[in-house]
Write a protein that binds this ligand. Structure first.
Ligand code: HEM
Length: 199
């Protein structure tokens, strides 16, 4: 990565952290199908879902399926940890997270290794996600993309819709998440005046 493009990397990284924090909060105060308690399933119900899905592929799950729920948790964890490790990462001149100077050497090394390794795991998860979408499109003849993009999905039976988008709480939560990330960045001690100090 070129040091001149690092500012863009930082902005995207901080934004990812804001969005992860926002989604964590929305999992508790959000709309019905966004709530963690409505889509996080234990191993037993996840297996039961997989069996039901395999024996009757027409089974339609309203909201996130148990496997989709686990994918969400994995994505949130990996993206959140990626951004957090970036805060401590550094080594290249003019490229360092805000907390790089403040942490001991072992933490710098760990953050550096983790930031690199975790990114590859993230890429693997993105590949798995795309493969699952392709599987549903080809094998199950179900296009999951519109629901992912718009948030709307056609549901049958007695399933309930979402009455309100709750825009105001969503925006307030976004502001809170941004405030937390801003505080994390600005509470970092100022970088050392002598760039050679980092070696
Ligand atoms: C989810 C968001 C992020 C992703 C996907 C990401 C991804 C990456 C990747 C792929 C690299 C190159 C790794 C290598 O080959 O060494 C990198 C380097 C780096 N990232 Fe991030 N990053 C993210 C967030 C952040 C944040 C928030 C910061 C803090 C400001 C940060 C700081 C750094 C630094 C300092 C390097 C250069 C490390 C070095 O080469 O010494 N990253 N990042």
């Amino acid at each position: 990565m070129e040091a001149s493009g690092f500012w863009l990397h930082t902005i995207f990284g901080y934004s990812a952290l804001v969005l992860v924090l926002w989604r964590l909060g929305w999992g508790y105060i959000g709309t019905r199908y966004a709530l963690f308690r409505n889509f996080i399933a234990g191993p037993r119900s996840t297996l039961a879902y997989l069996r039901a899905e395999a024996s009757d592929p027409s089974t339609i799950q309203v909201g996130h399926s148990p496997t989709g729920g686990w994918a969400i948790i994995a994505m949130l964890a990996l993206i959140g940890l990626q951004a957090c490790s970036g805060l401590l990462n550094g080594g290249e001149l003019l490229m360092e997270g805000p907390w790089f100077q403040a942490v001991p050497g072992w933490a710098k090394d760990f953050a550096h290794e983790f930031h690199e390794l975790n990114f590859n795991i993230l890429l693997g998860l993105v590949g798995l996600h795309l493969a699952a979408i392709l599987f549903y499109a080809v094998k199950r003849k179900r296009n999951l993309l519109p629901a992912m993009i718009t948030g709307y999905s056609k549901a049958g039976g007695d399933s309930q819709g979402v009455g309100s988008h709750r825009l105001l709480p969503a925006l307030l939560l976004l502001a809170l998440a941004a405030l937390i990330v801003w505080a994390i960045i600005s509470l970092a001690p100022p970088p050392s005046a002598d760039p050679m100090d980092m070696f």
